[in-house]
Design a protein around this ligand. Structure first.
Ligand code: ADP
Ligand code: ASP
Ligand code: MG
Length: 416
């Protein structure tokens, strides 16, 4: 019997009525003869609410305790969904991550899944039960509860689908697929029927939060067919229609099925930039600046080092905005004292906008078209980074939405 994994996000689980609708949809799939594992998120707003409680007590709480708190939202969801399915007459059982167990490393608040035991779940499925497993959480070697980073239920779902060798992983959310850009920012964004795995990986890593990046990595590593679709449609809609709805992540290399040069525009509002002036231009400097930043567990994204003048140069890099103050403290402590550099300045009000598309490989002039469009809008580019299939720019956050809209239009991405 084919197994399908369903994942439902926070909005989809946002109220008991929504949960009842999820149960109806899941029951419909089960009635059609599929074995079903469901991976829900916490009810919308819940994770923020409970993390907020911890932060009312202390600005920078112990990550282990944060995980203890943050993981409870999903535990409520799985129980409610199991009850909603039982109310429809279905056999259903819910599990927290540690009960499966879903094992992770010990990096609290951003743990990585290391293994998933399929024995218990397979036994339940064989008994005709619908199995519901908490998203977003796991357990480390020592038995501590861990969480997988914000948006991590996507990753739980795809990883569970891979471990159970599911036929497909369906990510149900509050939009009906992956769009050319966030439809909340550009109202005439176009839904994509397919997106290549590589493009989805870039879009997710550049800020399109419709899928957490690690879920896309799992989909790629295990070639798990993954589809993004809406949970807000009629739960009893015909299965034949539902199966082909949404956006399928495709593994067809280099066949950009929709024949566009640019597939989408991604953006990330939460960037911050730090510049160290007057750095001596000699071997080891980049390491001396960024080493302590890495040791503080801060991820660095874009980096620029200017040409040196009289043996001195400027060094600029970006970090997630939430780590800005910490990065500034680390720099002040380490760089000034040990490297003999001049001033350090920073800007925590910057955003990154990126154009993404595998078609870029075979087209020239994409960068110049992007830069012309931004220049026509009077938007200053602060930093640039590129890969084979993306170009990213860092700009003042004030212009982020304007940049996304004008690039979306300039590359002809709007719906017909
Ligand atoms: P869930 O709670 O279901 O996990 P998320 O809020 O994490 O939902 O992700 C869905 C949201 O992602 C959408 O509501 C949309 O605003 C946003 N989004 C960002 N970029 C895109 C995109 N390219 N296509 C579709 N949605 C996008
Ligand atoms: N509830 C978690 C969060 O809000 C995980 C998820 O929704 O995917 O980040
Ligand atoms: Mg999400």
């Amino acid at each position: 019997m084919a197994l399908i994994v369903h994942k439902y996000g926070g909005t989809s689980m946002g109220s008991t009525d929504r949960i009842k609708n999820v149960a109806k949809r899941v029951a419909k799939w089960h009635d059609a003869g599929y074995q079903i594992v469901v991976v829900p998120s916490a009810m919308s707003g819940e994770t923020n609410r409970i993390i907020g409680l911890a932060k009312e007590i202390m600005a920078d709480p112990d990550p282990r305790e944060l995980d203890m708190i943050a993981s409870t939202g999903e535990q409520v969801s799985v129980g409610l969904l199991a009850i909603a399915l039982q109310a429809l007459g279905k056999k259903s059982v819910s599990y927290a991550g540690w009960q499966v167990p879903i094992k992770t490393d010990s990096s609290h608040t951003k743990a990585r899944i290391t293994s998933i035991d399929d024995a218990k779940v397979n036994a339940d499925l064989a008994e005709g039960k619908i199995v519901i497993i908490t998203g977003f959480q796991g357990v480390d070697e020592l038995g501590n509860i861990t969480t997988l980073g914000r948006g991590g239920s996507d990753t739980s779902a795809v990883a569970i689908a891979a471990a159970l060798k599911a036929q497909e992983c369906l990510i149900y959310t509050d939009v009906d697929g992956v769009y050319t850009t966030d439809p909340r920012v550009v109202s005439d964004a176009r839904k994509l029927n397919t997106v290549t795995f590589e493009e989805m990986l870039e879009m997710a890593s550049l800020g399109s939060k419709v899928l957490q990046i690690r879920s896309v990595e799992f989909a790629g590593n295990y070639r798990m067919p993954t589809r993004v679709l809406s949970s807000l449609t009629d739960p009893l809609m015909p299965l034949a229609e539902e199966i082909i709805s949404g956006t399928l992540i495709s593994f067809e290399e280099d066949t950009n099925m929709e024949q566009a040069t640019i597939t989408g525009i991604a953006f990330n509002r939460d960037e911050a930039k730090l510049t160290v002036f007057g750095v001596p231009d000699k071997p080891g400097i980049a390491y001396q600046i960024l080493g302590p930043i890495a040791d503080a567990n801060i991820e660095v994204d874009m980096i620029i080092q200017n040409q040196s003048v009289e043996g001195k140069t400027d060094f600029t890099f970006t970090v997630p905005r939430g780590d800005y103050n910490k990065a500034m403290d680390v720099l002040n402590a380490s760089v000034k004292e040990h490297i003999g550099a001049g001033n350090i300045i920073g800007d925590s009000k910057v955003s990154k906008v990126s154009v993404v598309g595998v078609g870029m490989r075979s087209h020239v002039g994409i960068a110049s078209q992007m830069f012309r469009t931004l220049s026509d809008e009077g938007i200053n580019i602060q930093m640039i980074s590129t890969s084979e299939i993306k170009i990213s720019v860092l700009i003042d956050e004030k212009y982020m939405e304007l940049a996304v809209r004008s690039l979306h239009k300039a590359f002809g991405l709007e719906a017909a």
